[in-house]
Design a binder for this molecule. Structure first.
Ligand SMILES: [Zn+2]
Length: 351
């Protein structure tokens, strides 16, 4: 099968990516399906994998890509939910369904949790084999979802959904601060918060992205390069601060995130793109009754819920740009430069 493979880890992802023929993804075993991928979508995760993290990727060459959508090509024994020919979206988080956390329904807390394209061969290939529990029928919409839109949905929407709805327990009428609206999780978080009936303040270093964010529903936009975010947020909220901060930058934004947080506020984080080490004055944590919440991906019930929402026409993905598989390197470069608003997609094969 044709695939986008990583041949070496390092800072320059696109230099280490190659389009090559590799052995087909294995035939599906008990409870598994093999999906003929039509499109894959990039996430920051792909850049981290390409850069190399301890133990990741497990071996080289490595098939890249966490997000994908396609057609079920074959199914293993015991699979009843989908059939060959079905159009599906893929949940990239693979759980063992046996550990204590899985049994409690918390699949993204699985002790053996693995992600496609990180710990396992990914979606940027003509075939990928996954547990049937990791695919969902692609909702039929009008106008119909493109393969790129379908591929762009799962990872960021699932992550943002769990962050806001499950972890931060966002309520209608509350105010949310979302950093870096160009990022996929941030954009999904803004749209979920609006769907929930919250007021959303977003930031970016690009006035162009902020203008697009306003069109997509942002109530207030702040350019963190030219404005002092914490000062502005405190002024906008009569010194009260916001109820929820959505973090994934880490070191660069942490102190300001806390300055923006109201009494009783919740800070929820799923990433550390600018660095993982932050400081905290415990007196402020307890005095203000803050909650600092970690979150990653989501469980099966949350995944089913976001697919249901998509079927209702909500949260339809925003595709920034689509590249053919042969130009996957250019797609990585666009993401690495942070030029996008919305998802960068790679079209793997045609119908
Ligand atoms: Zn488990």
């Amino acid at each position: 099968m044709r695939a986008c493979i990583l041949t070496a880890t390092g800072a320059n992802a696109s230099a280490n990516l190659k389009i090559a023929d590799v052995p087909d993804a294995p035939l599906p075993q008990l409870g598994e399906v093999r999906v003929a991928i039509r499109a894959a979508a990039l996430n920051h995760l792909d850049l981290f994998v390409a850069a190399g993290m301890p133990g990741t990727p497990p071996r080289l060459p490595h098939v890249m890509g966490a997000d994908g959508a396609g057609v079920v090509e074959s199914v293993g024994s015991g699979v009843t939910g989908v059939r060959p020919g079905d159009r599906v979206v893929i949940n990239p988080g693979i759980s063992d369904y046996t550990c204590e956390f899985c049994r409690a329904g918390e699949h993204s807390l699985c002790v053996a949790y693995q992600l496609l394209g990180e710990h396992l061969p990914g979606t940027m290939a003509e075939l990928v084999t996954v547990p049937a529990t990791n695919v969902a029928l692609m909702p039929r919409l009008s106008p119909e979802l493109s393969w790129g839109e379908a591929a762009a949905y799962s990872l960021v929407t699932l992550t943002a959904w769990r962050m806001l709805m499950t972890r931060a327990q966002l309520k209608a009428g509350e105010t949310v601060l979302v950093w870096g609206i160009g990022g996929g999780v941030s954009l999904a978080a803004m749209r979920i918060a609006k769907l929930r009936g919250a007021k959303v303040i977003v930031t970016s270093s690009s006035d162009d992205k902020l203008q697009q964010a306003r069109r997509l529903g942002a109530d207030v936009t702040l350019n963190y390069r030219t404005q002092k975010v914490a000062q502005e947020v405190r002024a906008l909220t009569d010194k009260r601060g916001v109820d929820v901060v959505v973090e994934n930058a880490g070191e660069a934004t942490w102190d300001d995130s806390l300055r923006c947080l109201a009494r009783g506020g919740r800070l929820v984080t799923c990433g550390a793109t600018t660095g993982p080490r932050v400081t905290l004055d415990l007196r402020r944590l307890f005095w203000h009754h803050w909650s600092l919440l970690g979150s990653t991906m989501g469980n099966a019930a949350e995944y089913a819920e976001i697919v249901r929402r998509l079927g209702e026409g909500q949260l339809r993905p925003i595709v920034d740009r689509a590249y053919p598989l042969a130009q996957a390197g250019a797609a990585y470069e666009r993401l690495a430069k942070g030029e996008q608003l919305g998802k960068v997609v790679v079209e793997v094969s045609k119908d």
